[in-house]
Design a binder for this molecule. Structure first.
Ligand code: GUN
Length: 288
């Protein structure tokens, strides 16, 4: 049986359409527009592409995006000052600092300086703590994208064995918590895991977030499993995921492609988080 290819682009479009409608209604009712600040330090080519795609999505859904592009030698102090001014700006409801930051800037200091109410990446310790307690409203976009792709594809999560390869703060760890809250049995594997295939072969749902092109081969995947490929690696041929797609797709029940899988959904989730942050700030300020 050929695999079902999960069309992240299509699912993301439908979600963005619903967000656009909600934002339009809020504008009609209150005259208010959501604003997202996108901060990019330096000229990492991948980050430039991500920021461009995020701004394009803002335009599609009707979020006002303001880009703050700073040279790579920007000091940590200067960046902290910008964050402090964005925190205070009532027209800015979401703040996104594109990672990675140059090595002389301490990423955790920048994340901690961001107002948790405007932290649309869900990276602030307050939001991470709420995620652990299952009370979070702003959650890291890629893990949210993974769960939403499964839900929209009608793939059950409860009671299933989920194996996540990768333990980053952005993807692996928050994804594990989201799956746990959905009553899956979760295993996190990483670069020091011995005999990785012993784990991946048991997965009903396998999440590959390793950062190595075509690392997960068909012989590491259980027949009929669901495979979510978070990898975005660049080679001469273009974008390639962490899963060896041509061989894997012959063996699995569902798989996300790269490009067109998790990537566009991650951006849709950023739009959703910005809407959530905007609405909450309107409520907190007595506007709605
Ligand atoms: N760099 C890679 N992924 C992300 C993300 O989800 N958010 C931010 N801010 N930077 C990233």
């Amino acid at each position: 049986m050929p695999a079902n290819i999960i069309n992240g682009k299509e699912i993301a479009s439908a979600i963005k359409l619903a967000i656009a409608e909600e934002l339009k209604k809020i504008k009609t009712d209150t005259g208010r527009e959501a604003g997202l600040a996108v901060v990019l330090v330096g000229d990492d080519p991948a980050s430039i592409v991500y920021v461009r795609n995020k701004k394009k999505a803002c335009q599609e859904v009707g979020i006002r995006s303001s880009e703050y592009r700073l040279p790579k030698e920007t000091s940590q102090d200067a960046l902290l000052k910008l964050i402090a001014s964005l925190n205070k700006n009532p027209e800015i409801h979401g703040i996104l600092v594109q990672l990675p930051l140059p090595p002389h800037i301490q990423t955790d200091k920048i994340i901690e300086a961001t107002n948790p109410d405007k932290d649309v990446d869900g990276f602030h310790p307050v939001n991470v703590g709420k995620l652990v307690a299952n009370t979070a409203s702003l959650i890291s976009c890629t893990p949210l994208a993974i769960i939403t792709l499964l839900d929209k594809s009608g793939i059950p999560i409860e009671g299933r064995k989920v194996v996540i390869v990768g333990r980053s703060n952005i993807v692996g760890k928050p994804a594990a918590l989201l799956f746990l809250h959905r009553n899956a049995t979760v295993t996190i594997c990483h670069s020091r895991t011995k005999n990785l295939s012993d784990y991946t072969l048991r997965a009903d749902i396998l999440v590959a977030a390793i950062g190595k092109p075509a690392f997960v081969k068909a012989d590491m995947i259980k027949k009929g499993a669901v495979v979510i490929d978070v990898g975005i690696n660049r080679d001469e041929a273009g974008l390639i995921g962490d899963v060896d797609f041509p061989s894997a797709k012959e063996k699995v029940s569902y798989i996300t492609p790269v490009p067109g899988g998790v990537g566009p959904m991650t951006i849709a989730m950023l739009m959703k988080n910005t809407l959530t942050a905007f609405k909450q700030q309107q409520i907190d300020n007595g506007i709605i």
